[in-house]
Design a protein around this ligand. Structure first.
Ligand code: URA
Length: 205
């Protein structure tokens, strides 16, 4: 059921929604970011992948998951035969939040208000794409989708019934894998991430 504050989906479908989102001023993040990084993929994808927010490279390119985290995702997805091009890939928050430090732009976590403001777009993407499986990568995605702020580990790695006719799979965010300092732990955690994506790949085969 649609949220009470939600108008009907835009007439122009996903393309119309993307155009609307390009001018989004629903929170302050648009002031600093280069552009809105909207989701991409087929209008009726069976699987929707949800990340946190665009990073430095995504902000410049205007596309989700094209930087280092995106490379991890692409590599592991390819390993299990999950076709990224057949999925709809998006983020909970559509503007890059960062702190300038010299020439670098350091990623900052979006806060609950920013996630809530951006849920406006995520909800419409869900309505329009109408995926049957949503993969939440990381805590921000999980919170944006469900409003729950619990431990990822409690929900991770199984396909759960979520909304009517729609399932949810929770996994870690690929940038978590990049941050792990220990090589062995990185290998183990990447294997678990691979198992999770394999579950999505095999789902309703
Ligand atoms: N991290 C995300 O959550 N999304 C992106 O698009 C890139 C990095």
């Amino acid at each position: 059921r649609r949220q009470e504050d939600a108008p009907p989906p835009p007439v122009g479908g996903l393309a119309g929604l993307r155009q609307e989102a390009a001018g989004c001023t629903r929170c302050a993040l648009h002031c600093q970011a280069t552009q809105t990084v909207f989701g991409e993929g087929p209008e009726r994808a069976a699987i929707m992948i949800v990340g946190e927010q665009p990073g430095d490279q995504e902000d410049l390119a205007g596309r989700p998951f094209v930087g280092p985290a995106g490379q991890v995702f692409d590599t592991v997805a390819a390993e299990v035969g999950l076709d990224r091009a057949a999925a709809y890939v998006t983020n909970a928050v559509k503007h890059f939040k960062f702190e300038p430090r010299g020439k670098r732009r350091i990623h900052q976590k979006p806060d609950a208000g920013e996630i809530q403001a951006c849920r406006w777009w995520l909800t419409r993407e869900l309505d329009l794409v109408s995926p049957r499986l949503v993969v939440a990568m990381g805590k921000t995605a999980l919170f944006a989708l469900t409003g729950k702020d619990g431990r990822l580990a409690d929900q991770r790695g199984r396909i759960m019934d979520w909304q009517a006719g729609r399932s949810l799979l929770v996994t870690v965010h690929p940038s978590y894998l990049l941050r792990l300092p220990d090589r062995r732990q990185q290998a183990e955690e990447t294997a678990r991430f691979r198992d999770d994506l394999a579950l999505a790949r095999r789902w309703r085969e």
